[in-house]
Design a protein around this ligand. Structure first.
Ligand code: FEO
Length: 172
């Protein structure tokens, strides 16, 4: 059994990951509406990865004898004035998620819950990649998308993102 506080934090993180999926699908909705199918696709793939993160946390709790309880997923309420806005919001959001994962890791450390620390190691590494990817999106947009040709090329590049199920994630 896990410590109740850690179990509650992990349960809450499921909600946060599902919200991330919802948020990124909202970004995809915006880009689809703007005619940028590559950007929309990139965020649809990102949403799938976020759902995977939620499922990993759910499975970990179940495997450790905890009843998972779902809360309501908040409505994404960001409004965008430019095509850059969602990219910057995405980077900011990933930094926030990193702080949440770090918070759970810290609590696991305090409680000497080595099993949860080991489980979260994958998420710690993943958050490093998530932040880098989100920051790269901002940088690429600023570098290449200042004219229609550049925006078109970047959109085409983003269409190539392939969803890979998180088989390399923590043991289910
Ligand atoms: Fe599940 Fe993008 O962090």
């Amino acid at each position: 059994m896990l410590n109740d506080k850690i179990a509650a934090m992990l349960n809450d993180q499921i909600n946060k990951e599902l919200y991330s999926a919802y948020l990124y699908l909202d970004f995809a909705n915006y880009y689809a509406d703007e005619g940028l199918d590559g950007f929309a696709h990139w965020y649809e793939v990102q949403a799938q990865e976020e759902r995977d993160h939620a499922l990993m946390l759910r499975r970990y709790l179940i495997n450790n004898g905890h009843r998972v309880v779902f809360e309501a997923v908040a409505k994404p309420d960001k409004t965008f004035k430019t095509h850059l806005d969602p990219l910057e919001a995405g980077y900011e959001h990933e930094q926030y998620v990193t702080s949440l994962i770090t918070g759970i890791y810290h609590e696991a450390f305090e409680q000497k819950d080595y099993r949860t620390m080991q489980f979260l190691d994958w998420f710690i590494k993943e958050q490093g990649e998530e932040e880098t990817n989100a920051d790269d999106m901002v940088k690429k947009y600023k570098l290449y998308a200042s004219d229609a040709k550049g925006l078109y090329a970047l959109n085409q590049e983003l269409l190539g993102r392939v969803y890979t199920p998180s088989a390399t994630g923590p043991a289910m």
